[in-house]
Design a protein around this ligand. Structure first.
Ligand code: CU
Ligand code: CU
Length: 465
């Protein structure tokens, strides 16, 4: 604050309207200011120059002047570690602006006169992505910011793999069979996975994907469940299934050390769609890192037949680095405690179900069913499919309560689920969201493509007859 003010005063004292300040003079004037650890020595000369002009003709932006960035809106500036960067801001609109980079403690100070200019000069030493922006209240939000990339852009870890569970990865219906013994074997896997394009993260998973495998049984079944934790794991892992009646939902007996396997046997007493998750401290951390899935316990006689079934789960994730950062990101325990996620995900990764590979697909006339659950750990979903409504909603995953009909959006709490069914009548692209739509900006979106003949009696362009 103080240094910002003194910097501005200096600039005013040095050049009044600043018009006359040559970049190096501006630089040496501000070099006299206190608290500027990244300021370059006055004898150094800038090795990289950029000029940006302010423009409020169409929103608010910086526009590149000259060189490769000429005419670009909020161009990405580049430099190499060791460079001395000089950015000159020209006031192009007569509106008061400045240009600041917080990491380097530099600001041009406010410039109000059209045609006036000022510069910041600073040394860059570390690879990274930095933000330049106008610090006049509201201007950054209105669009006045861009990136300075130093060094090669960070990339995902080379061994990172897809951890996305395909939404069609659903076991066959149980149907009408009698109760029986069902054996299930799960493996806790710590894997470096792709959180987004160019971004990787150390996930904790069941069987290498998020969510873990969907398990399917019927009421009255006896389930023998084994959990293996490979010796390569760094953590103890476990499983708590909400379909289990007994302490810890299984986790009291299934805390598995690396290199060990444990087994429990339980009876599925209640039909329903239930979440399971790791329950090893910090439980919230293991869930945030991807350790959740669902088990469906069908009622006697099975579920009504549908044309397609999908498996979708939502989670919130807490990276040390801001949303959108490239490279290998780390978990941030404090952000998790503060419930301030950077990412929201369907099936484990940002935008995972919006990709061609993992989007949901069906045909006009299909009756589809979505098994939807929230791993969390913290955020309740307002689950909604844009352009459709739920013909049937089995709220809270309760399968023997008669379904609600004609529901637009349903609340699904962490550790909770809903089963929804809808008939598809109009072709096109539908969008799965949490209607708390800010989360879409943090990765929470999926597509449902419906192919087939148009249905102009239901939906068409133009006026009625
Ligand atoms: Cu775990
Ligand atoms: Cu639980």
């Amino acid at each position: 604050m103080l240094s910002h003010l003194s910097h501005r005063l200096m600039l005013v004292a040095a050049g009044l309207a600043l018009v006359a300040l040559a970049p190096l003079e501006a630089f040496s004037a501000s070099a006299a200011g206190p608290m500027r650890p990244s300021r370059v020595d006055a004898v150094q000369t800038a090795t990289v120059h950029y000029t940006l002009r302010t423009d409020t003709s169409n929103g608010m932006a910086f526009v590149g002047v000259g060189g490769d960035i000429d005419g670009q809106t909020n161009p990405t500036l580049t430099a190499a570690p060791g460079d001395v960067v000089e950015i000159t801001m020209v006031n192009g609109d007569g509106v008061t602006h400045d240009l600041a980079l917080d990491e380097f403690g530099v600001s041009t100070g406010e410039i109000s006169t059209k045609g006036a200019q000022a510069s910041v000069t600073f040394a860059v030493t570390q690879n990274g992505e930095y933000i330049y922006y106008c610090s006049i209240p509201g201007h950054r939000l209105a669009g006045m910011w861009g990136k300075l990339e130093v060094g090669a852009p960070a990339a995902a870890a080379p061994d990172a793999v897809s951890i996305v569970r395909d939404p069609t990865d659903v076991p066959d219906p149980v149907g009408r069979r009698a109760p029986q013994l069902v054996k299930v074997h799960l493996t806790a896997e710590e894997v470096t996975g792709l959180l987004a394009d160019g971004t990787s993260y150390l996930y904790y998973t069941f069987d290498g994907k998020v969510p873990g495998p969907m398990l399917r049984a019927r009421v009255g079944d006896t389930i023998e469940l084994s959990l293996t934790n490979p010796s390569s794991s760094k953590m103890v892992h476990s499983i708590d299934l909400h379909a289990v009646t007994g302490p810890g939902g299984g986790s009291a007996l299934l805390q598995v050390q690396p290199g060990d396997t444990k087994t429990i046997t339980f009876k599925a007493l209640m039909p329903g769609l239930f979440v399971y998750h790791c329950a090893t401290p910090s439980v919230a951390e293991h869930i945030a890192n991807g350790m959740y899935g669902m088990i469906l316990v069908e009622p006697a006689g099975g579920l009504p037949k549908v044309d397609k079934e999908f498996y979708v789960m939502q989670g919130d994730m807490y990276t040390n680095q801001p949303y959108g950062t490239k490279g290998m990101l780390d978990f941030d325990y404090q952000k998790m405690l503060d419930e301030q996620p950077e990412y929201f995900v369907f099936n484990g990764a940002a935008g995972a179900l919006a990709t061609d590979e993992h989007a949901l697909r069906a045909r006009v006339g299909d009756n589809i069913r979505v098994f939807f659950g929230v791993g969390g750990p913290n955020f309740t979903s307002s689950f909604h499919i844009i352009g459709e409504m739920f013909d049937k909603l089995y709220n809270y995953g309760s399968l023997e309560t008669p379904p609600m009909t004609g529901v637009q959006t349903t609340l699904v709490p962490p550790g909770g689920a809903a089963m929804v069914e809808l008939k598809l009548q109009v072709p096109g692209k539908y969008i799965l969201v949490d209607h708390a739509l800010s989360r879409l900006e943090r990765g929470l979106v999926g597509f449902l493509y419906v192919e087939g003949p148009d249905a102009p009696d239901i939906y068409r362009q133009g006026p009625a007859e």
